[in-house]
Design a protein around this ligand. Structure first.
Ligand code: TEU
Ligand code: CA
Length: 565
């Protein structure tokens, strides 16, 4: 495997609206990021992935872009952006931008033109279709955010496609002019100095020709989840190859595709180091371990997750990508609930389980992604009034579930507490002052009331904190090649509580022991793991260094990493 800077890096995701507000208007902004550049540097991360900061009417918090080459007013100016880039680069931190090109905002000038008339030169920048004979939508696709994926435009008497909200029309990638506009825009940012892109829903840009009806998955609903027609379409690889040739090839950058519903064979093809197009993708299989299988509505129907299933998925992705491409490692982001609440125990074992999950992500093979606040063990939130939520997905779902599906308010709120995206979007908790020090004004979304105990100020100075544990993990990655490049091997695949694996590179070997739950299971080390000497590299409990490791009892959520000789 080739050495690459992006394999050795740790990425930190900033969701700017919720990161840090510098001017008291309650909304995080670019100057707020600059204020925290030293904090990021102290943590030791190498790359910032910045969620969208482009001009946007914020129907979906910036994932609806009305000008790709302007900064959102609430976040600042292009001068602020340049200053931020310098502040990061001065500290040796790279910046990757969010590239959202499956769709734009309905306020993007292309769409404003497009909807004017059927013969407008921009008409074909988007996906317009006539109604079916009976006047209904062109097909039965459901939007990610409830209801039909089609919106009727009275003036020009056709429907346009929107996989997300009706204010996020899908671009028509079949049109070469659209592709050229996108490539030019990417080049413009690269010339300005960005170090790469995270590509939003990039495997949705090619749709099945003819846009046929989706198969019925949810018989109670008129509209059906249509991944078979919008994900991994026939021209996807062709478009990516073109993008690579015209743009990506000319820069030393890092690229990561956001790719739900991506078959592993396509991930191999996409990230192949020789002939692929992107450095890595975010696969989603492990995000479904607690979702009822079936439709996308599975998101709101959860089940108890099982460790053997998580091990199987993660080990499969490791094996399949080995020697071909590269994996990204994440357990949460701005679309997912907080990892310590979902996979750990945010009450009785908050610190231990947050550190356990961190150990896991930072010792697997791949590039780890930290989502803002994860390094503090920030948790899910429970607002009792639906009005306190801000996410368009939550509001649409609440309406659909209470009005159309007949669920009670209490029932729907519980679902939101478990899986709603706003769990990840409450402001970063900087200190124990009002609103967690995020803003001197009124925050755009309420702060999690636990900011008095969980906050950066307390954790930066506490050597035992989650923050300082992340710092330690990140610095280990810089010292030990085996953490980055070592081969992964899983042991005890069926064990319901323990996740045990080794990493090996030449004569370097690591042994990782993780107890994922609150029991105290006994670990009898498999005989295949041979060693003459062992030394502890990191752990989340005090450990007697002389203790034998051939057989031992692990404490609740205990994590240990040993070097074997
Ligand atoms: O997300 C797309 C995606 O597939 C999901 O994670 C989606 O948000 C989730 O399944 C909804 O339940 C990306 C962005 O990360 C997300 O924030 C945007 O809303 C979306 O694309 C549209 O741009
Ligand atoms: Ca602000």
């Amino acid at each position: 495997m080739k050495r690459q800077w992006w394999k050795e890096a740790v990425v930190y995701q900033i969701y700017p609206r919720s990161f840090n507000d510098s001017n008291g208007d309650g909304i995080g902004d670019i100057q707020g990021i600059i204020e925290k550049a030293d904090y990021l540097n102290e943590l030791g991360i190498d790359v910032v992935w910045l969620s969208p900061v482009y001009k946007s009417p914020n129907d979906d918090n910036g994932y609806d872009i009305s000008d790709y080459q302007k900064i959102m007013d609430e976040f600042g100016t292009m001068e602020d952006w340049d200053e931020m880039l310098d502040a990061l680069h001065d500290r040796g931190i790279k910046l990757i931008m969010d590239l959202v090109v499956n769709h734009t905002s309905d306020e993007h000038p292309w769409f404003v033109e497009s909807r004017k008339s059927k013969d407008n030169p921009y008409r074909d920048y988007y996906i317009w279709r006539d109604a079916k004979q009976d006047g209904s939508e062109p097909n039965n696709w459901v939007s990610f955010f409830s209801g039909s994926a089609w919106e009727y435009d009275r003036k020009s008497e056709q429907y346009f496609l929107h996989l997300f909200t009706k204010r996020q029309p899908d671009l028509n990638w079949e049109n070469p002019d659209v592709r050229e506009e996108v490539y030019n825009m990417m080049t413009w940012w690269l010339e300005r100095g960005v170090d790469g892109f995270r590509m939003d829903v990039i495997n949705n840009i090619s749709k099945t020709p003819g846009l046929p009806d989706a198969s019925v998955k949810d018989p109670q609903s008129t509209y059906q989840f249509a991944a078979e027609h919008f994900a991994n379409g026939p021209r996807l690889m062709e478009y990516l190859a073109e993008m690579k040739e015209q743009v990506l090839n000319h820069y030393d950058i890092m690229t990561v595709g956001e790719t739900a519903f991506l078959p592993i064979e396509s991930a191999r093809q996409m990230t192949d180091e020789q002939n692929g197009f992107l450095n890595m993708v975010f696969q989603f299989e492990h995000m479904a371990v607690d979702a009822k299988p079936g439709t996308h509505a599975g998101k709101w129907e959860t089940r108890q997750w099982e460790l053997p299933e998580l091990k199987e998925i993660m080990s499969k992705w490791d094996k399949e990508m080995d020697g071909v491409g590269w994996n990204s490692l994440y357990l949460n982001n701005h679309d997912q609930p907080r990892q310590v609440s979902r996979f750990g125990d945010d009450k009785r074992y908050h610190k231990q389980s947050a550190k356990l999950l961190a150990t896991y992500l930072h010792t697997m093979k791949g590039t780890p992604y930290i989502y803002q606040g994860e390094e503090l063990g920030m948790t899910n939130v429970q607002f009792t009034a639906v009005e306190d939520y801000r996410d368009v997905e939550i509001h649409n779902m609440y309406k659909e579930y209470t009005e159309e599906r007949g669920y009670s308010h209490d029932d729907v709120m519980k679902r939101i507490w478990t899986t709603g995206r706003d769990n990840a979007r409450t402001p970063v908790q900087w200190d124990d002052s009002a609103h967690g020090g995020f803003t001197s004004g009124e925050p755009w979304i309420k702060v999690n009331p636990n900011y008095k105990v969980i906050n950066a100020k307390q954790q930066v100075r506490d050597p035992e904190s989650i923050f300082n544990y992340y710092k330690q993990l990140i610095s280990l990655r810089k010292q030990e090649d085996v953490i980055v490049y070592g081969d992964y091997e899983l042991y005890l695949p069926e064990h319901k509580e323990l996740y045990v694996f080794t990493r090996a590179l030449k004569d370097e070997r690591l042994l990782v022991m993780l107890n994922f739950f609150s029991g105290e299971p006994e670990l009898k080390l498999p005989e295949e793991i041979t060693y003459t000497d062992h030394s502890l590299m990191i752990s989340n409990y005090p450990v007697n260094h002389e203790e034998s490791i051939s057989s031992l009892k692990l404490r609740p959520y205990e994590a240990r990493v040993y070097k074997l000789k």
